[in-house]
Ligand binder design. Structure first.
Ligand code: FAD
Ligand code: SF4
Length: 520
């Protein structure tokens, strides 16, 4: 017979949604158990080693792939990296707030207005205090008042932004010369030494790597440890494979200890899914919850991921000879589109940010045969800008399950279908042209635009809204019709703005967890 455990709040997933919810609930004295399929990260030399992390038998590669159809006639296999802390352990630590206008919905074709069907059921003002709290818990470093689209904030950043490194200064000067308004990216990093655990050594292996010295304030470093001190339990390397319902309520989760294969059931009064925008709809659909809720047909739909890409330029000299950290500058002048309203598309374009050159091994792995050594050599001479364009939510873009194929834990295979709209691509191209001008002004010759086809910014697959005919979750992120089942990761977002999503997911989890903490 299957063993049984129980808790009051079962949180599935320990990324931004799960960790922040666990923090509030545990601090409120509630009985919290977090189940996470990833392992705790080991902080040793492997953290900054691209071969061990990404190339040969990646250390944290999950147990089951996602099959992705994003081009006609092609199915890509994507293997997520699973760790306690979710994607935060590998992330780039940019901690942005959405703009006030982003809450009015996604852009529409050929018009500056927004799509009112994707208007959020809450406003920026509702989320603002939770943005403050999330920034405080992750000790975000930033400069207030420099970002020309900055939404109102009542408090300064918990840490000042650090001085610009030489490569960042070059981008700053180039953008300023063009009449733009560059500013410091708000970063969840312990630059000062007293804002987290370890002090940042300003290395160039940050975004896409783990932090060996625990200076990146990922959730295994700063939020989960406090939740654990307050009493939360974290079961790592453990996967939930099914949510059980009884009489319209979620009652338990079927769970597998991945180390031993032991199966057990966890009974809970409240169940919070925080498995990410791919993982939460996967679990809901695998559990047949689409047949039990008012809006089941919408579960997994409207997947967004931003239209992201990198513009790279070659400079005459090495661009980062001292190998220092330089993800520091953002350019936001085109966030709401062309400021002169002459260029297309109308409506939002997005954000441009500095980004490091990938390691030589990753460069080699991603360019065609014959160009590999050349790419590795040229990587020392590159300057790069990341473009994040807002994409439109579309019904056809979705996460779904393939019941004809099961993974090793018996869950139906997870599949993704995604296509960008013409407008998504136009917005990204418009940002590419601005990024090229900045690189030229910085002395580099723009050579290539790399479209990013990962799902690192996946959101939107269980959108919240005012009614069950157009959303999966109610404004408190409860699955419509199932009063003790909640979804608190990036799935809840009905539109994505064009800033990196983590701080918004964190703030929303804090908002809802506060409501949950008061429940009997
Ligand atoms: C390389 C990289 C760089 C990034 N840089 C930035 C950045 O600079 N700024 C920013 O804002 N965002 C960044 N992002 C995006 C950001 O990390 C994500 O938006 C964010 O982590 C999403 O949080 P989440 O809570 O929705 O899901 P996740 O972080 O994906 O957490 C979901 C968790 O659930 C677990 N899980 C899933 N299914 C199950 C199951 N069945 N049982 C148990 N556990 C399960 C997963 O293992 C995972 O730990 C980056 C992402 C990547 C990959
Ligand atoms: S730049 Fe700082 S936070 Fe990032 S990996 Fe290096 S030491 Fe860690």
């Amino acid at each position: 017979m299957m063993k049984k455990k129980s808790c009051e709040f079962l949180i599935i997933g320990s990324g931004f949604g799960g960790a922040f919810a666990a923090h509030t609930l545990a601090q409120a004295g509630r009985d919290v158990c977090v189940v996470e399929r990833g392992k705790w990260v080991v902080r040793d030399e492997s953290c900054w080693d691209e071969v061990r992390l990404h190339l040969e038998n990646p250390l944290y590669r999950g147990h089951a792939p996602v099959l992705i159809n994003q081009k006609e006639g092609k199915l890509d296999e994507y293997w997520p990296d699973d760790t306690v802390g979710g994607m935060s352990t590998f992330y780039g630590a940019a901690a942005f707030r959405l703009r006030e206008e982003d809450f009015f919905g996604s852009p529409v074709d050929n018009e500056p207005e927004r799509d009112s069907s994707t208007r959020w059921p809450i406003s920026y003002d509702d989320l603002a205090p939770f943005y403050d709290e999330a920034e405080k818990l992750q000790f975000v470093a930033g400069t207030m008042g420099d970002d020309i689209t900055e939404p109102p904030r009542s408090k300064k950043f918990p840490q000042p932004a650090p001085l610009l490194s030489k490569p960042s200064q070059k981008i700053y000067d180039a953008a300023t010369k063009l009449g733009l308004h560059p500013f410091h990216i708000p970063m969840a990093i312990n630059f000062r030494g007293d804002c987290g655990k370890g002090k940042c050594v300003l290395c160039h292996t940050c975004d896409h790597y783990l932090c060996k010295v625990e200076a990146k304030n990922d959730l295994a470093v700063v939020v989960l440890p406090e939740a654990i001190s307050a009493g939360a339990k974290v079961l790592d390397d453990t996967r939930v494979v099914k949510i059980n319902l009884s009489r319209g309520k979620a009652v338990s989760a079927e769970t597998v200890d991945q180390r031993t294969g032991t199966r057990f059931e966890i009974k809970a009064k409240y169940i919070v899914l925080a498995c990410g925008a791919l993982g939460s709809p996967h679990l809901l659909l695998s559990s047949g919850i689409d047949r039990e809720t008012l809006s089941g047909e919408l579960i997994g739909r409207f997947l967004m991921r931003h239209a992201n890409g990198v513009v790279s330029g070659i400079a005459a000299k090495k661009t980062n000879p001292e190998n220092v950290f330089h993800k520091q500058i953002a350019i936001i002048d085109y966030y709401f589109g062309d400021p002169e309203k002459k260029k297309q598309p109308s409506g939002n374009w997005g954000l441009i940010q500095e980004i490091h050159t990938p390691g030589k091994g990753v460069m080699k792995a991603n360019v065609p045969f014959g160009l590999k050594n050349m790419a590795a050599f040229m990587s020392d001479f590159l300057l790069n800008l990341l473009c994040i364009a807002e994409d439109q939510p579309q019904y056809a873009n979705r996460v779904f399950i393939d019941i004809s194929s099961k993974d090793k834990f018996g869950m139906p295979a997870l599949r993704v279908y995604h296509r960008y709209t013409k407008r998504d691509i136009e917005a990204r191209n418009a940002l590419y042209s601005v990024a090229k001008k900045i690189l030229l002004a910085a002395g580099a010759l723009p050579v290539y635009c790399f479209h990013i086809d990962t799902f690192s910014h996946a959101i939107g697959t269980c959108r919240f809204g005012e009614n069950s005919s157009s959303s999966v979750l109610d404004p408190e992120c409860r699955v419509w019709g199932i009063k003790n089942l909640f979804v608190l990761d990036g799935s809840f977002m009905p539109s994505g703005g064009s800033v990196n999503p983590s701080l918004t997911i964190a703030a929303n989890a804090l908002r809802v967890a506060k409501i949950l903490a008061d429940m009997k």
